[in-house]
Design a protein around this ligand. Structure first.
Ligand SMILES: Cc1cc2nc3c(=O)[nH]c(=O)nc-3n(C[C@H](O)[C@H](O)[C@H](O)COP(=O)(O)OP(=O)(O)OC[C@H]3O[C@@H](n4cnc5c(N)ncnc54)[C@H](O)[C@@H]3O)c2cc1C
Length: 295
């Protein structure tokens, strides 16, 4: 099996990258929806796609299955996610070895959230405590794997301060992360400030901004606080006006994300990562508008 290209090679090409994130569906119907979305996105050729890893380590097989489908049937570069939740070090290494044997050379390495009902993250016996531990483990055993890691422009919700979170991020970078992808944000200023703070803390990795094209007022009001992402008043006001019209609300969300992307790229971001929640409509509109803008 020919090994995949590391994403860092694409970043080094210095052109705006488009990546999209899928989650592994729970049932057949969800599987069909994912495939329809992937089919609709095919003409836009994302530079890479990531496939999340479910809470509690429950999607080990499904993440692997959809990573393979999206790579083999769609020809895309894939980046499966992996978390420390519910696995021993030996099990984590076994999962990575499976990807490696299959030619996969890009993994997003995360700690994961505490399982439902638990407020604090507790590593499983013989497991790992932080994403930096997982990165060090993979880096030590599979030096040719390109490792993505999570970053939080408005700080990770558990961190006492931005300063503390940045110190931890530096540990993650030093452990061998290859690039960072951010938590979703709606206010570009947060990303620009974050990049400055990273550089001031000696974190020189490329930072791919993660965006969620908003679908409705209810959605941003749910996701914003959950992810620790602030909600600009202008976005809330615009969504409020069209609250009774889902199509108009989606159009507002796409326009918001479009302007975010244009500004981010103008300021030199390495591309954009779209949290598409297995839906294609807004991603396609954004990809089209970006093509038009680039033409
Ligand atoms: C791009 C992206 C993709 C994601 N994909 C998934 C997914 O597929 N599946 C999933 O379940 N979740 C996913 N998440 C969510 C993620 O698992 C949670 O945000 C989780 O709470 C933290 O993961 P992390 O890898 O950032 O953890 P870490 O980097 O380990 O950080 C977690 C907390 O611990 C602190 N910390 C880190 N290192 C140290 C240290 N050495 N000492 C003390 N404190 C420390 C940090 O400041 C932070 O508050 C994703 C998040 C992002 C940004």
């Amino acid at each position: 099996m020919k090994p995949d290209r590391p994403i860092t090679d694409l970043i080094a090409e210095n052109r705006p990258l488009l990546s999209v994130e899928f989650f592994p569906p729970k049932n057949e119907e969800g599987g069909e929806q994912l495939l329809r979305t992937a089919e609709a996105l095919r003409p836009y050729r994302p530079d890479f796609v990531s496939i999340t890893y479910g809470a509690g380590g429950t999607t080990r097989e499904r993440t692997f299955k959809y990573a393979k489908i999206l790579r083999d049937d769609f020809g895309w570069l894939v980046m499966p996610h992996l978390t420390c939740v519910g696995s021993t070090k030996a099990e984590l290494l076994e999962i990575v070895a499976g990807y490696h044997a299959d030619g996969i050379r890009n993994i997003m390495a995360l700690r994961g959230d505490p399982p439902k009902g638990q407020t604090e993250f507790a590593p499983c016996p013989d497991g790992l405590r932080y994403a930096s531990d997982l990165i060090a483990l993979i880096r030590g055993n599979f030096p040719d794997i390109c490792l993505g890691a999570g970053a939080y422009p408005e700080k990770h919700p558990e961190a006492a301060s931005m300063e503390e979170d940045l110190r931890h991020l530096k540990i993650k970078a030093d452990a061998g992360a290859s690039f960072l992808t951010t938590q979703l944000f709606f206010d570009n200023e947060k990303y620009f400030e974050f990049i400055k703070a990273c550089r001031a803390h000696g974190i020189d990795l490329p930072v791919l901004p993660g965006l969620l094209p908003p679908l409705s007022l209810a959605q941003v009001q749910r996701f914003g606080p959950m992810c620790g992402s602030s909600l600009p008043t202008a976005l809330l006001e615009q969504l409020q006006v069209v609250d009774d019209n889902p199509r108009a609300a989606e159009a507002v969300g796409v326009t918001w994300a479009y302007h975010q992307i244009r500004e981010l790229l103008r300021h030199g971001s390495p591309g954009v990562h779209l949290y598409i929640l297995n839906r294609s409509a807004s991603a396609i509109t954004l990809a089209r508008s970006l093509e038009r803008a680039a033409a």
